[in-house]
Design a binder for this molecule. Structure first.
Ligand code: 5GP
Ligand code: MN
Length: 336
């Protein structure tokens, strides 16, 4: 275990540091990792960000992206860096299964492990924890850690601010989710003051799609959207053939679930996609409805109350049938 004083002392001297984040990193995963990276390199540490898998092109513009390595493409190098590190920061996840095979390498490393995260039910693998499920993004917690735990607000430079802004923007669904508190807006204002160019970041994230991606979205909305009015639930499903036909790449399906949730009466929206090795589910909900509960109990997953994910080894059709069969159990919560 590590207390804040010992961690601060460690960070006073140059260390070998690895920062990692969850499988298929999203905006918060990459934004919080690179935000922390830009903070730590100012202190003279040797810092390596390792993503367990690839991530979407619309995140690849972030400052420091050129120094990120992807575990699946650098297995030996990554394993050595993890084994030799003194400190490993685990960002935006709290269970080592979320980083695939890397999880056991991190567990076996003698490095101190620092978890910065906002997901429910953390696994006990860390030595120091900056964890709060009420935070709208891990990037918010990285800001809080730098400013309020380490008292280094002056080191929040343009690069730190740009990356943390991106994490908060994407995980709060553009400042829309209930956890976007006044405190979040104050932090975002500080990040803009520190150099984050908010309109440009919005453009890079949301207005940088390909024509294919827009036509794929059209296909999903026209042909793959199913409404279950008796459960105030909407679902969009995507086959392997759909992905191939529209040449859908990592990240092209991101956010499509929100269109299903945009219907006024809908309280629960699901996006179910047939990936190469498994069927992936993304759930979104409004208000108090616990999307994470369904993912955790039935789909080997988890997440947050209003945004959760999971998977299934059943066929696409059987996964859709299983999802529908669960809804009667939640009917009271869905129709209130
Ligand atoms: P998304 O639907 O965007 O993939 O994920 C929404 C939220 O659920 C994210 O916070 C993500 O970390 C979490 N999540 C997605 N898939 C899984 C999963 O397979 N297991 C767990 N524990 N969480 C997941
Ligand atoms: Mn997050």
């Amino acid at each position: 275990m590590l207390d804040l004083t010992s961690l601060t002392e460690l960070l006073d001297k140059p260390q070998k540091i690895v920062i990692t984040t969850h499988h298929k990193p999203d905006g918060d995963a990459m934004g919080s990792s690179l935000g922390l990276y830009h903070y730590l390199i100012q202190l003279g540490h040797h810092v390596q960000v390792i993503a367990p898998t690839d991530y979407p092109d619309f995140l690849a513009w972030m400052p420091g992206n050129e120094n990120v390595i992807i575990y699946t493409e650098t297995i030996e190098q990554s394993a050595r860096l993890i084994a030799e590190a003194n400190l490993i920061f685990c960002l935006d996840f709290n269970n080592l299964s979320r980083i695939n095979e890397m999880g056991e390498l991190v567990r076996a490393s003698a490095a101190y492990k620092v978890m910065i995260d906002h997901h429910l039910e953390p696994e006990d693998f860390d030595d120091y924890r900056h964890w709060n499920i009420n935070a709208c993004a891990t990037a918010q917690l990285v800001y809080d850690f730098i400013v309020n735990s380490l008292h280094k607000k002056e080191l929040v430079n343009k690069d730190v601010a740009t990356c943390l802004y991106t994490g908060i923007l994407t995980d709060s669904a553009s400042f829309r989710l209930p956890n976007t508190t006044s405190e979040v807006h104050r932090i975002v204002a500080d990040l803009i003051d520190a150099g984050a160019v908010n309109w440009r970041i919005h453009e890079l994230i949301y207005n940088s799609a390909s024509e294919n991606r827009l036509r794929f979205l059209g296909h999903c909305l026209a042909n793959r959207l199913e409404i279950l009015p008796e459960f105030n639930t909407a679902l969009i499903w995507v086959t392997k053939e759909d992905l191939a036909k529209y040449d859908s790449n990592t990240g092209d399906t991101e956010g499509i679930v929100n269109y299903a949730l945009s219907i006024g009466s809908i309280r629960l929206a699901a996006f179910i996609v047939d990936r190469r090795d498994k069927v992936k589910l993304s759930l979104r909900s409004k208000g108090e409805f616990p999307a994470s509960d369904i993912c955790k109990r039935y789909f080997d997953g988890g997440g947050h109350r209003n945004a959760a994910g999971g998977q299934s080894t059943l066929s696409l059709d059987d996964t859709i049938a299983k999802f529908k069969s669960i809804l009667p159990e939640y009917k009271k919560l869905l129709i209130q």
